[in-house]
Design a binder for this molecule. Sequence first.
Ligand code: PMP
Length: 449
Amino acid sequence: MNNSDLVKRDLSVLWHPCTQMKDHEWLPMIPIRRAEGIWLEDYDGRRYLDAISSWWVNLFGHANPDINAAVQQQAQTLEHVMLAGFTHEAVVELSERLVQLTPAGLERCFYADNGSAAVEVALKMSFHYWRNKGHTRKTRFITLENSYHGETLGALAVGNVQLYKDTYAPLLMQTISVPSPDCFYRQPGESCAAYSERMFQPMRAALERHAEEVCAVIVEPLVQCAGGMRMYDPVYLKLLRAACDEYGVHLIADEIAVGFGRTGTLFACEQAAVSPDFLCLSKGLTGGYLPLSVVLTGDQVYQAFYDDYGSLKAFLHSHSYTGNALACRAALATLDLFQQRDTLAANRSLAAAMARATADLRDHPQVAEVRQTGMILAIEMIKNKFERIPYPWQERRGLRVYEHGLANGVLLRPLGNVVYFMPPYIIEPEQIALLAEVARQGIDKAVAD
Ligand code: PMP
């Protein structure tokens, strides 16, 4: 079998995610035969460095021997059992460890099977908590502009990336949208912290105005990933936590993308020393192996649902694969790897290497900014650097970088005009150098005309 054999079969039966399928009339699809470490290999024997961790999920490389062994062993004893009325060792152990590792006050784990589902759980739980407490007027959510929380209708409604959302607008609940603290828009000479702090004003105003009808504020802590890896200062989260307490509104931290070390700390909220009321995790949770997500919350929320059955206060939400045993084992093996390898410390030098390898791009005439938070580094291409005029999305400049990357053995998948690195933590310094070089050439090519 070679690439074109499999692609031909694929194109006659599949419909791919987040894809205009007509593009595949000219844009080759890459069928992957095997993967190991940071490398993906296709059926023609070409290799691609997975610089984006396969949609931000992979942490310790593909075909990781430790995670493989854990999943294999689990498969021989228990692959899955429903989690209502039943439990198993892997899900109990994982919950104990997550409660330990996450910020203080998060003591209960509710599982689902993907990121969007976790967001739905957090939204419903927050609403339902207030209802159980007699606050029936609380039915709305505050969100940040340019945020992304997933594709199911509730998650899409609280997101704010127009490209994904606008088409479905008639189907979506109305949210209260507040300008983002995104430091891309800070004034010349203004620090990111000063800008993020200044941008808290509209959030405070929205809370003040709407607190009575608002269940929760939902944010992606520190990095708005799908919105183009836009970053903001931890001071915003600090102010938000305090204001949510002041106005009696929940804080939902969607760390689905930024959790598990991506921002430099295990969880991004740690950098602001805050605990959310709900913490959503997925993606890196299983090291990129299996779909699993979890919402952590505190005892106060849990107790508001705890009553006689007849009170109808229970959270009657479920997914068939909730707390899947294989996925929980992959998650436990992933947490072991963090400990064994002292990953967060090792990542600090990898992050510094990424910064050095891309430093010269800051002066590139078509690069607006090179920004970084921990292991996430983004390079934003721009049409006019001084007047800050972006390339129109129709020009699909990022796609040119994608094509250049594939032709040179690197999987980059820019978000619009934003080229970014979010590699697995096993990346080596030479691979960072290769990545930076291919990105630089790709950007030069993409902005050439
Ligand atoms: N929240 C955030 C912050 C995300 O980045 C994503 C996925 N990119 C999701 C939620 C949705 O997760 P999933 O794709 O697993 O539904």
